[in-house]
Write a protein that binds this ligand. Sequence first.
Ligand code: IPM
Ligand code: MN
Length: 349
Amino acid sequence: MSTNIVCLPGDGIGPEVTQSVIQVLEAVAAKYQRSFNIEKHLIGGAAIDVHNNPLPQKTIDACLKADAVFLGAIGGPKWDNPNAKVRPEQGLLKLRSELGVFSNIRPLTVFPNLIDASPLKAEILKGVDFIVVRELTGGIYFGEKKRGEDFATDECRYTVQEVERITKVACELAMQRSKKLTSVDKANVLETSRLWRDVVTQFVAANYPEIDVEHQLVDSCAMKLIQNPAHFDVVLTENMFGDILSDEASVLAGSMGLLASSSLGDACGLFEPIHGSAPDIAGKGIANPYASILSAAMMLRWLNLITEADAIEGAVKQAIENGVLTCDLKPDSQISTQDATLAVIEYLN
Ligand code: IPM
Ligand code: MN
């Protein structure tokens, strides 16, 4: 039986890192006698260029039918006109909402031999290993937007049910880890945050009494993530705070080019690196493919191909430990996207 995977290369370095993922999946298929049926579709700026629509219906239909979806990256200066009617980002937001992938899981680990790649001191980075659980289909990203002559508004809205279902995801992860949960909000200012805090407190008390939950305000959390990142284990937060905090957290790992993510709902799974389309290096063949390859490993794990997922993660780890590093991690490195990809495939075999 073949696993149907839709790949959405998107824009900028998206096609390059997606190509790496396809090569790694082909190697996994050969080694473990699996069959992946990979179909590419348009999203973002690439879709705007062809269809004047960042998420054509054909792409949505293919994603809904697939067993899993991999996305490269979207956006770029070409489509960045602030007055544009259609923007690449709308395609990604619509995709998340059409697939109902409300929970975005962003794990962060620090590879010991990359400690020098981070601007933070080595002692601060010791033992850092946490997961950001970001609500992905609600909040200010999806509220009503208005623009008047001299004003603009973005509505931020959360329902109890939306907060409960993402809290449940975070609790399930916390149960497999150290049973410590940090919920992040801005309850001293925002009504949605006060609802968030109430619901998290009640939901955990009622359903996961073993979990030790603490609440942090997002501003102070942003500081503590840098001051004492080892404190964190599972970090639960709403859509925009999660977006910001996970980029901040990527600095701990040394590069955005290492962070993978999964976005899950009741039925669908969307897997993507957390980095953007990096237009400054697009087309040069030097993008770090590891975040994408690790996202593909998360995809296979979610598809219950555990041995295969472990093998990919092991191979990336080996490549990193052996110093196969692109220039985001080692400034004068000559290692290309393809060199890094082929190293992973070699270690895989
Ligand atoms: C991310 C990205 C997206 C987001 C953008 C491209 C819409 O920054 O996945 O973190 O803000 O969610
Ligand atoms: Mn982001």
